[in-house]
Design a protein around this ligand. Structure first.
Ligand code: AKG
Ligand code: FE2
Length: 284
């Protein structure tokens, strides 16, 4: 097995490992350690079944069934199918998942700390995923902004990105917004957090999932959001994951900003997604 850093600021890649190798506790411990220290780990070409993906996830923490039952894999509730493919005229999964920069589920009080994707059917020339480190974003904030945000919290919300579904037909935009805010009330999180393993500070909050920084006026919020958007998306600091079949990608949701990109017309893309809670770890 070989392990190398993908970029100086985020990501490690494991090569020369198959599912059997990952059964070796020492090898698996290196994968978990890389997730903790590098935020994101890629294992190329891991030909695994849904059961095996869930088994690997359960050695990191506790795989949790996706919130919305209709998006779950029919035989494996822990897997959410993220796909633009159709089968017998019906979508096989949810299309356009995470197609904007975000930290997973930051609008929730207690988001699951890890996400794992398996590239079941992926195009080579589009549908890449972009990643940036929230530690690196914090480091690059100008000193005056580090001081301005120190000790502050921000209100996170899903309302800018709420999907409209058939049961919302007939609602006005204002009614829809009120409904979403009732179902997912804005959640307050510290804007700067510390990584529990490395102790390094990171920025917690992406403009698309934030309403505002508490105590900032509209101008300060607009200025801050524009600044962090630039830092998050700076091409010099973004890792583009170009999927190849059966890639397994695991990331820490708090310290990893990411965005899915569009799939070229006519192409299909299916990835199996598992959300992992902190829990009984892989020692068992
Ligand atoms: O499918 C992808 O490229 C990533 C989508 C995403 O944001 C996620 O699964 O959390
Ligand atoms: Fe995501």
């Amino acid at each position: 097995m070989q392990i190398k850093e993908i970029t100086p600021f985020i990501g490690s890649e494991l090569t020369g490992v198959g599912y059997e190798d990952l059964q070796d506790p020492e090898i698996f411990a290196r994968l978990v350690d890389a997730v903790h220290r590098r935020e994101l780990v890629v294992v190329r070409g891991l030909d695994i079944t849904p059961e095996q993906q869930i088994e690997l996830a359960s050695r990191i923490g506790r795989p949790v069934p996706f919130l919305m039952a209709k998006y779950r894999h029919p035989d494996h509730p822990e897997i959410m199918i993220s796909s633009n493919a159709m089968k017998a005229n019906r979508p096989v999964g949810v299309a356009r998942v995470g197609n904007f920069w975000h930290q997973d589920s930051s609008y929730m009080k207690d988001p699951a700390p890890y996400t794992m994707l398996h590239g079941v059917d992926v195009p080579a020339t589009s549908g890449h995923t972009l990643y940036a480190s929230a530690l690196d974003v914090y480091d690059r904030l100008p000193q005056e902004w580090k001081e301005k945000i120190a000790g502050r919290t921000a209100l996170h919300t899903v309302s800018k990105r709420q999907r409209i579904s058939p049961e919302h037909a007939g609602l006005s935009i204002a009614e829809l917004k009120a409904l979403v805010e009732m179902e997912y009330p804005p959640t307050e999180h510290p804007l700067v957090k510390q990584d529990p393993v490395t102790g390094r500070p990171y920025l917690y909050g992406a403009p698309e999932y934030m309403d505002s920084v508490v105590g900032f006026d509209a101008n300060e919020n607009a200025e801050f959001f524009a600044l962090i958007d630039r830092l998050i998306q700076d091409p010099e600091h973004v890792y583009t994951h170009r999927w190849t079949t059966n890639d397994l990608v695991v990331w820490k949701t708090a310290t990893t900003y990411h965005a899915a990109t569009a799939v070229e017309p006519g192409a299909t893309r299916t990835v199996h997604r598992v959300s992992i809670e902190e829990g009984e770890t892989w020692a068992a």
